[in-house]
Design a protein around this ligand. Structure first.
Ligand code: VG1
Ligand code: CO
Length: 582
């Protein structure tokens, strides 16, 4: 057994190591500065407290983006230095974010141990490569992201840190499955490298009826494709869709994980998942090659999903509503009923209506998956989602891109149980249109203004914070811009009190709620690595079934004009158009 010594290394604080919506995300160049990563990792250990860290079993892996391999070696050495007992690493350092959550909750190590937490190395949907982004976040024993109580402590520690602990271990081979043991001042330290997919695949098989999905996928009527955008989802897609469910290998697009995601944005939306959008025939009334019936994409760390039908886009807000409305019938895991449902504040109110109709508990939380965890731990929520292509359930404590695809395939399999032999296929579009006919439709769009000057973004938000306090003033401006939109009946800066631990999260975005159920939301992104990103969320509710088939951007045009005018977007930012529209 190789022996190691522990040393204390002197360091000094870096500015700006405040974890955002989902961990710390910065340019690789920033992370590569000597001690930058080390400071954050040590601050995390400090926040967790030495008592919790000593003897712990930690997972360390990520989406495989550039700098991950170096970071894993650094963290292994620091873990040993801080008295951690074991580090678990997915083979080649790869684990999707949902798989990390599953591993914490489900996996038993070769020596019978269980994980107590994880460092996830990802900047999620942000691009990767030497000039792009890296990220790190810590997940807790329940498999979910550290709550604000912990991330605040981490940040506090980064401001005063003056030393970190590390061990003089050799680099560990993370390409081969197996355990490497070392001996340190506190005793044994193990690094266990394990298969990245098997725990996750096992969990998925316990949730869904794989046999019925397999029947759907093997039917000549049904065609399928999946785009991993060169993120870590590729490692799971092959195992699940091809090996377990029998999909054609050719249905997988960009499923080889790459350090730079092939130079693209690993962000599954209509702007960045171009190849998939073209293959699915969106925006075209006919095409030479008939598009598949179903297409989906994931982001870099595979916690996001985009669901498409043939020439048809499913908004993420509709997706969570439809999954919730069909889960009990179509997914064995939910057959005993749903405990409740939840959505993030900017997500459309579609889920509220499903909850009301099905008599389910309902929660509205701030943006970021960490807020769902407490509800799930308390047994109050089974299915939840965000408008930002995040959908998931209480099987883990992260959103789950592949789970969402399996949920949709399950619903399609259920609706087509009797149709696969003969009869017309019930398509993705049919399912969505039927949902609208039952529950009404929430026309929805999000405008992102990326990399805006940080000062200008702050000013815009400060202006809106002030404006929302006077409803009369808001309505005067609104009616001045468009006389055909309804009245604003409530405006506020969203604040959330966690019903379980009573913690309060303030400044979670500005909301304007209209008399007819429409909503406008304005907030600043907490995941960018440069400048600021302003997000504008626009939603309009249409109950009349004869009016639910309109073009979304047409239907929303009046409210878009109001949102732009009300926020003085161009005046503050100098931008005449958003960077991304979803
Ligand atoms: C964005 C999304 C949010 C999501 C977060 C992390 O945050 O809006 O809904 O939870 O990204 O997703 P923000 O603060 O930039 O709006 V992921 O897949 O990047 O971990
Ligand atoms: Co992600």
């Amino acid at each position: 057994m190789v022996l190691f010594n522990v040393s204390r290394v002197e360091t000094a604080p870096f500015d700006g190591q405040k974890p955002g919506t989902s961990g710390l995300r910065k340019k690789v160049k920033v992370f590569k500065q000597p001690n930058y990563l080390e400071n954050f990792v040590q601050s995390t250990f400090n926040a967790l407290t030495p008592q919790k860290v000593r003897g712990a079993t930690l997972v360390v892996s990520g989406d495989g983006r550039y700098f991950s391999k170096d970071a894993i070696q650094i963290i292994i050495k620091m873990a040993a230095g801080n008295g951690v007992r074991r580090v678990w690493v997915g083979q080649n350092g790869l684990l999707s974010t949902p798989a990390v959550s599953a591993v914490i909750r489900e996996r038993v190590g070769v020596d019978g141990s269980r994980a107590t937490g994880a460092f996830i190395l990802t900047a999620s949907h942000n691009p990767g490569g030497p000039n792009e982004d890296f990220g790190i976040k810590y997940n807790m024993e329940n498999g979910g992201p550290a709550p604000e109580g912990i991330t605040d402590k981490i940040y506090e520690s980064t401001k005063t840190i003056n030393e970190y602990l590390t061990a003089d271990l050799p680099d560990v081979d993370i390409t081969a499955i197996g355990v490497t043991s070392f001996g340190g001042p506190d005793g044994q330290f193990d690094v266990e490298v394990f298969d990245s997919a098997s725990d996750y695949v096992k969990l998925m098989k316990s949730i869904f009826d794989f046999e019925s999905i397999q029947k759907l996928l093997s039917s000549p009527k049904f065609t399928f494709c999946y785009d991993a955008l060169h993120g870590v989802a590729g490692a799971y897609a092959k195992r699940i869709f091809v090996e377990e469910l029998g999909a054609q290998e050719s249905s997988l697009m960009n499923c080889v994980p790459k350090e730079d995601f092939g130079g693209g944005h690993p962000d599954p939306n209509l702007t960045y998942a171009k190849e998939l959008v073209a293959r699915m025939g969106l925006g075209k009334s006919n095409s030479e090659v008939e598009p598949p019936e179903f297409g989906a994409a994931a982001d870099g760390d595979a916690d996001r999903n985009m669901i498409l039908g043939k020439r048809f886009f499913v908004t993420p807000s509709d997706s969570v509503s439809i999954i919730a409305a069909n889960a009990v019938d179509a997914i064995p895991y939910f057959s005993a009923g749903l405990k409740g449902v939840a959505r993030s504040m900017p997500t459309s109110s579609g889920l509220d209506i499903v909850a009301k109709n099905l008599n389910l508990k309902f929660f509205e939380v701030p943006t970021g998956w960490k807020f769902f965890g407490n509800l799930m731990d308390a047994g109050l929520c089974s299915i939840c989602g965000e408008e930002s292509f995040g959908t998931g359930s209480d099987h883990i404590r992260e959103k789950d891109g592949i789970w969402a695809v399996l949920a949709w395939l399950s619903i399609l399999a259920f609706k087509n149980k009797e149709n696969l032999g003969g009869g017309e296929l019930v398509t993705v579009e049919d399912i969505v249109r039927n949902h609208w006919a039952t529950y009404g439709r929430h026309y929805y769009t999000r405008y992102d203004y990326e990399n805006v000057d940080a000062g200008a973004a702050k000013e815009l938000m400060a202006y809106l914070v002030k404006l929302q306090s006077s409803l009369a003033e808001v309505n005067e401006i609104v009616s001045g811009i468009r006389s055909d939109v309804s009245k604003v009946v409530h405006a506020d800066e969203f604040e959330y009190k966690d019903p379980i631990d009573g913690s309060i999260s303030k400044h979670q975005g500005i909301r304007c709620l209209f008399e007819d159920g429409s909503r406008l939301v304005f907030r600043l992104s907490g995941t960018g690595s440069e400048g600021a990103t302003i997000r504008l969320y626009i939603e309009q509710y249409e109950k009349d079934p004869s009016k639910t088939g309109r073009d979304s951007q047409d239907a929303l045009a009046p409210l878009v004009a109001v949102a732009l005018g009300l926020s003085k977007m161009q005046e503050f930012t100098g931008r005449s158009a958003p960077t991304v529209i979803t």
